[in-house]
Design a protein around this ligand. Sequence first.
Ligand code: ZN
Length: 158
Amino acid sequence: MSTRNVVVLGSETLRKKSKPVVSFDENLWKLLDDMKSTMQEKKGMGIAAVQVGVLRRAIVIEIEKDKFLEIVNPEIVKTKGKETDSEGCLSVPGFYCEVTRPKYVRITAFDRMGKPFEFEAEDYVARCVCHEIDHLNGVLFVDYTDEGKAYKKSKGVE
Ligand code: ZN
């Protein structure tokens, strides 16, 4: 495993839509391993491939301490409720703000071997799942709130 550079706010890459993973091979496994070690090094709780500059629909989330979930080609199939809590992002270092997200989410996805699975999450993990899936569509948490928009403006970025 090795760490990779994290793409930060202001980069056009972060605004691009990631493409589905089609080959569940060594390249994907190395990418997921590197994403995990990069996230750990930076003390993040979730990371999307685009954040290391790879436009593929792959995510790693620390769902509880030292327990990691790999999510490839996710689709949200159900959401319920709303919850507002503080959020941050490895690609927006040093900035946090409250964001409202679904309290519950259910997704379908594939594991690193290409095996499909379903996953349900609530609260903090649901928040992470939604935040990371947003990354695959070029959306950042700072897009949602006035504080986030003001922060982008202060940095001179869209
Ligand atoms: Zn993020």
